[in-house]
Design a protein around this ligand. Sequence first.
Ligand code: FES
Length: 168
Amino acid sequence: MTTTKAPVKSPFTPEQEKILIAWTKHYPYTNLGLIEALRSVQDWHRKISPEAASFVADLFNLPFNHVWGVVTFFPTFTQWKTGDKRIGICHGLTCFLAGSGKMEKCLEKTLGVPAKTATPDGKFSWEAMECLGACEQGPALQVNDRLIGKATDETIATILKDSRAAKT
Ligand code: FES
């Protein structure tokens, strides 16, 4: 007896689907586009849900568990919704000794949300991250794709002020 799999309902717009399909054809081997497709999903949704991963798995003709394994392996991908500005504080040993723990407390107090939780307006989230590769500049911060070394409480205040000003 053959079973027919129910089609996965798309959590994407038609334009986004076109971009995802393009990633399946971008490289000589279909699977090579998977990470880029997932990066697109993370950018659009600020997270990757099981529904989105399932849709991507179907597009790439891969088992859901394969795609979900990639999603849960790389810290770039989140299952919680990040803010528009995703602030990461390195909690590696060098940065911790340079004061990153104090800055985590500063961010929690300033944004009013715990780690891995977006602010109610969706503009910010913060989280501890593994070594950002800038140990000599600790404490290191990452704001979306931008790396900032020798960060201080004032650095955080400036980032938040500039980001809020840019959106208004
Ligand atoms: S320990 Fe923080 S960047 Fe390496």
